[in-house]
Design a protein around this ligand. Structure first.
Ligand code: DX5
Ligand code: ZN
Length: 221
């Protein structure tokens, strides 16, 4: 069966003085997930936002809250992100001492679990967790900032992951994040990704229109 294709706008590129309008615009534009990038200034150089922001926007939308934790030792914060409204919690393989324990912690609070790998981490490293998570996030840029250019070589890992999921008959979603634009989304799509994080290419002067353009494209596949 063909996996469902999902648009996940990354809130990092939103206009924060109009956050609730921005969120409603992507929802109206057809996005099913809201991708929420949490950065700690240690695992990645920048700092973004955390639980209080997630909690306060929870009532603004019914979209799936897709929390991308770019933080070291993520197990410390799973409970709080779950309580703040996360539906899916993704942590970095590189940031966790015991990835299996993090997955169990995420499940303990009733959330879906995702695991992510940076551009330099081979797909092989994540294979032991592929049947234990709901989603693999293959970073297509170095995590830390929006607005970077997609690294095409990371798509080989998307191809390897899709082949693995198909071969093993798994339902694991494959998400890509970083540098996805309207004119290159076909590349990760053809490589086998089915959830597309889009930040700077969606949020802007016509957030609704851009979200709709991406959603319509995915719906037409
Ligand atoms: C980068 C974040 C991304 C980022 C994507 O570390 O994980 O989610 O916001 O932004 P664009 O689509 O602009 O590359
Ligand atoms: Zn992200």
């Amino acid at each position: 069966m063909k996996p469902e294709l999902i648009l996940a706008p990354s809130m990092l590129s939103a206009d924060f003085k109009n956050l609730s309008e921005e969120i409603k615009a992507v929802e109206k534009g057809g996005a099913a997930y809201l991708h929420i990038d949490v950065m700690d200034g240690v695992f990645v150089p920048s700092i973004s936002f955390g639980m209080p922001v997630m909690k306060s926007i929870r009532s603004a939308t019914d979209m799936v809250f897709d929390a991308h934790l770019m933080i070291i030792d993520p197990i410390r914060y799973i409970k709080e992100f779950a309580a703040s409204g996360a539906d899916l919690i993704t942590f970095h393989l590189e940031a966790a001492e015991d990835p299996q324990a993090v997955i169990e912690e995420i499940r303990k609070y009733g959330c879906k679990a995702g695991i992510s790998i940076k551009p330099g981490t081979p797909f092989e490293d994540v294979i032991p967790y592929m049947d234990k998570v709901d989603m693999l996030l293959v970073m297509t840029v170095e995590p830390g900032f929006g607005g970077q250019k997609m690294m095409p070589e990371t798509l080989d890992k998307v191809r390897a992951a899709r082949a693995y999921v198909t071969e093993k008959g798994l339902k694991t979603d494959i998400q890509v994040d970083g540098g996805v634009k309207y004119d290159n989304i076909r590349l990760p799509l053809e490589a086998g990704a089915n959830i597309f994080v889009v930040g700077s290419a969606v949020f802007g002067p016509d957030t609704y229109g851009e979200a709709k353009r991406f959603s319509d494209f995915l719906a037409a596949q």
